[in-house]
Design a protein around this ligand. Structure first.
Ligand code: FE2
Length: 335
């Protein structure tokens, strides 16, 4: 069985073809929008996606060595994400499904981040920290769905890092050589007092931290010290939530996924925490931490095998589609 997956929720337009037999991942084509300055403007990204969509689909098929006619189903991330970008991916996937008479499979982007991590590590029943520019949550599976054991009350962790870096003038580019601008800036920094560490129950909050950190920089505190302290507080607060989730659920496996999962420093913190609890931690390759078409294709294949398809005329995008709104009946049979 072959499934083609389309990802377009944020800054990456990705298309992949996967098979249900080795080597599984047949292709992984992507184009990432990088703003020359400032943050992401959804309309500009959507225009960029529209320009590259055709060549990315063609490249994914060619490097997989298959024709669109060979594909059994088209999977697409319908949310959560930004509307203008989601609409491009959905339009491309609907057009392919409709023109080539292929079943269309709806995929939740957050579920796909978790499933690609399970798929690549072989960990079957983990507690998961999902940290990205658009999401921050601790999730684990229970009774048919991923359940949220803590999430951000305001901005996602990735957004905190990006916004801070942009405001103090050390980004874009946000990530170079696998290191975020804040991680680079933190080198040689020391921990300083005065920034708020906020965990409410099982939930994190970062907007107060951002405001306080920016105020410190503007009042002349050494940038490296603020970067270091901001990062330590942000990472430690999500690891704290993850640790309590691990203890509460009694899981024996820990995963980290989402764009911020590429961070070596966050990986090290989680590995150290897991070791204390005798739990297994396996990092995912940095290439699959951020958004990609493979995760949509892999999850779409599992969903398709369980009979999940959607009519082209009903395949609307869902910008706020939560991970705990999605049934995952394939959980124990995957990967
Ligand atoms: Fe993502």
């Amino acid at each position: 069985m072959l499934v083609l997956g389309v990802e377009s929720t944020a800054h990456s337009f990705g298309v992949s073809v996967v098979s249900d037999s080795p080597p599984y991942i047949l292709s992984d084509s992507r184009r990432v929008y990088t703003p020359r300055e400032g943050g992401i403007l959804p309309r500009e990204v959507a225009a960029f996606f529209s320009r590259v969509a055709g060549e990315v689909v063609r490249e994914a098929l060619e490097s997989a060595g298959v024709r669109i006619g060979d594909v059994d189903a088209i999977a697409v991330a319908l949310g959560p994400g930004m509307g203008p970008q989601l609409r491009v991916g959905a339009t491309v996937a609907r057009a392919l499904a409709s023109y080539y008479s292929k079943p269309l499979v709806p995929v939740n982007h957050a579920v796909a981040h978790v499933e690609i991590a399970r798929f690549l590590t072989g960990l079957r029943d983990p507690i998961v920290l999902y940290v990205a520019g658009g999401n921050t949550a601790v999730v684990s599976y229970s009774e048919g769905r991923y359940r949220v054991f803590g999430e951000t009350l305001d901005m996602p962790l990735g957004n905190l890092l990006d916004t801070f870096a942009r405001e103090v003038g050390i980004a874009p580019p946000y990530v170079v050589g696998g290191m975020h601008a804040v991680d680079r800036c933190a080198e040689g920094g020391d921990f300083i007092e005065g920034l708020p560490y906020i965990v409410k129950g099982q939930d994190s909050s970062f907007s107060g931290l951002l405001t306080a950190a920016l105020r410190m920089v503007r009042s002349g505190v050494r940038l490296a010290d603020v970067c270091y302290t901001l990062r330590e507080i942000a990472y430690s607060s999500v690891v704290e939530v993850l640790e309590r989730g691990l203890a509460h659920t009694g899981r024996r496996e820990v995963l980290l996924t989402g764009g911020v999962a590429a961070s070596k420093i966050l990986n090290d913190k989680i590995e150290a925490m897991a070791r204390v609890h005798g739990a297994v931690y396996k990092p995912i390759p940095a290439r699959y931490a951020g958004d990609n078409g493979v995760m949509i294709a892999v999850t779409g294949m599992a969903a398709y095998k369980w009979g999940y398809t959607i009519e082209v005329s009903r395949a609307f995008i869902r910008q706020r589609w939560r991970i705990d709104q999605v049934d995952v009946p394939w959980y124990y049979e995957f990967p």
